[in-house]
Design a binder for this molecule. Structure first.
Ligand SMILES: Cc1cc2nc3c(=O)[nH]c(=O)nc-3n(C[C@H](O)[C@H](O)[C@H](O)COP(=O)(O)OP(=O)(O)OC[C@H]3O[C@@H](n4cnc5c(N)ncnc54)[C@H](O)[C@@H]3O)c2cc1C
Length: 512
């Protein structure tokens, strides 16, 4: 039998990041992926870009450096797109990394807000830089931890203090706030507040008036590429870099450093003896032995399905059952007749852009109201990303738990019709160009991509599921109650989104 030091379950971007770090450090690594393609949600249904659901993201700069990903074809400094809010009457509001351009656009809505924009971006940048430091900090098991384990926490506290008294208090205050409260303190224009607030609810089962939505804004800003000096102010849109490139570079790096990747290799069980991991059993029945196993599958599935419940303490199992997933995002992909984008706004824009339909805070809150009652929003928040002749649409809110009936062909039809109606209102000229429409409901996300309850982040980004409570209180160090079993996916400290943070941190935890 082949012997490996480390088995990694899942070849999404976090599993690959961990594989590259560990094999670079000299470990013999095997990655096991259940699907026939590498990349997890970053790649899509198969390896044909035309069918990909197009998440966008960029690895943190230190990961690109440490793994020399530039050598494997990754552009280290992708340009950010603009975020363009399409408004009634053909108006547009542009949020860009180019401050002058944004100020100019905002001034059409409010001169006061335009004047405040640079200070707001400076604050969000500093807050996101602190969040990045927090995500890179190994979190000890509270309440008992050694002095050595406490040092990184003390260093993080010093970073917070270094923000100065005003920003320090504002950052701490921001975390539990609603994104509406935060933005009401800065701006007066509804259009501007709504455009920024989309980051607070993106992929989250939260409305703009929900506590913690300001934290999600900061998280989204960070993973969209904000906070590092070379990307100043760029967290509003999405990085231009397609996650296919991220995956290709990570795969090449992992293989070049010596990792092996096996496809069509679904793990059925994580094997445990005497509270210690001993390897995995595949669905095919094959056993693979290793003293270290990393799972990039979400924590709920890892603990409740892959590890038999027996080796786990009942209280721990109970806590794992309570991890909140509750996906509310659907994805649609439109094929257009030509690659000349029919959106007037795209023609007017010099750079490639991400377009949103989010005209006011009230509109967004009403869209969320529907989710509370298990309904598809009649007037949804849409984010549209054009690539060639495809338009990828992010749709919120489309709750996994629909009432009265679950997801079926009829509710899929309603999803498509609602999208159609919304586009008709904000971009009517688009309709004649559409030749094909394809949708992924939260149920599809679960069945095709193993995203439990269709949750894009392997666990909602909520105040009771972040920092030392992600995935569970006391387990933010990527370790589990089973010795040798680690988590390395988006449901852990610093995840979700395409950033590589959990994969990097988990690998460091193993090596430490
Ligand atoms: C609709 C949607 C839109 C998104 N948009 C964005 C965006 O614009 N920007 C952004 O930053 N993020 C976005 N995200 C989130 C981002 O895509 C995910 O957070 C990220 O891809 C998760 O990466 P991961 O490596 O942790 O997990 P995954 O990509 O989920 O990888 C886990 C891997 O494990 C495999 N696996 C599962 N079970 C087993 C098993 N038993 N045995 C073997 N293998 C197994 C899966 O097949 C998968 O390949 C979006 C997500 C969704 C759903």
């Amino acid at each position: 039998m082949n012997h490996y030091d480390v088995l990694i379950i899942g070849a999404g971007h976090n599993g690959l990041t961990a594989a590259a770090y560990l094999s670079k450090a000299g470990k013999r690594v095997l990655v096991l992926e259940k699907r026939p393609v590498i990349g997890g949600f970053c790649v899509g249904e198969n390896d044909t870009p035309a069918l990909a659901p197009f998440p966008r993201g960029i690895l943190r700069p230190d990961i690109i450096r440490h793994l020399s990903l530039e050598r494997f074809g990754l552009n280290p400094a992708p340009v950010s797109t603009d975020l363009i809010s399409l408004l009634p009457g053909g108006r547009q509001l542009v949020l860009s990394a180019d401050t002058a351009k944004t100020v100019d656009s905002i001034s059409q809505f409010s001169k006061t807000d335009a004047a405040r924009w640079p200070a707001f971006v400076r604050f969000i940048e500093r807050a996101a830089a602190f969040l990045e430091a927090a995500y890179a900090t190994p979190i000890p098991r509270l309440p008992k931890f050694s002095l050595a384990e406490g040092i990184p926490l003390a260093q993080l506290a010093l970073k917070l203090r270094a923000l100065g008294p005003k920003d320090m208090h504002n950052v701490i205050r921001l975390l539990p706030m609603t994104v509406k409260e935060l933005l009401d303190e800065w701006f007066e224009s509804e259009e501007l507040k709504a455009a920024i607030a989309t980051l607070g609810i993106h992929n989250a089962n939260l409305g703009v008036m929900s506590a913690g939505s300001a934290y999600n804004l900061l998280h989204q800003y960070l993973i969209r590429g904000g906070s590092s000096p070379e990307r100043n102010g760029r967290g509003w849109g999405q990085p231009v870099q397609h996650t296919h490139q991220v995956i290709a570079a990570l795969e090449q790096a992992a293989r070049a450093y010596g990792a092996e990747i096996r496809l069509n290799a679904e793990v059925a069980r994580i094997m445990v003896e005497n509270d210690r991991v001993t390897g995995v059993r595949l669905h095919s029945g094959e056993h693979l032995a290793a003293s270290t196993v990393l799972s990039s599958v979400d924590p709920k599935t890892t603990f409740l399905r892959l590890v038999t419940p027996e080796p786990l303490d009942p209280e721990f199992v109970w806590q794992a059952q309570r991890i909140k997933m509750r996906g509310v995002t659907a994805k649609l992909q439109l094929t257009l007749a030509s690659s000349v984008h029919p959106l007037e706004a795209i023609r007017a824009s010099a750079s490639s852009s991400v377009f949103i339909i989010a005209p006011s805070l009230t509109y967004l809150e009403r869209a969320y109201d529907a989710a509370k009652y298990g309904q598809i929003s009649e007037k949804p928040y849409l984010e549209m990303t054009p690539t060639g002749n495809l338009l990828s649409i992010h749709f919120q809110f489309a709750p996994y738990f629909l009432k009265p009936s679950a997801w079926n062909e009829e509710t899929r039809r309603i999803l498509a019709q609602t999208t159609w109606n919304t586009l008709n209102e904000y971009a009517p000229h688009l309709q004649s160009e559409i030749t094909n429409l394809k949708s992924l409901t939260p149920l599809d996300l679960e069945t095709t991509f193993a995203l439990t309850e269709g949750d894009p982040h392997h666990g909602q980004i909520l105040l009771d599921q972040f920092f030392f409570m992600r995935p569970l209180p006391g387990y933010a160090d990527y370790k589990t109650p089973i010795e040798g079993l680690y988590l390395c996916g988006s449901g852990t400290h610093g995840g979700g989104g395409v950033s590589g943070i959990p994969g990097r941190n988990a690998a460091k935890s193993v090596l430490a």
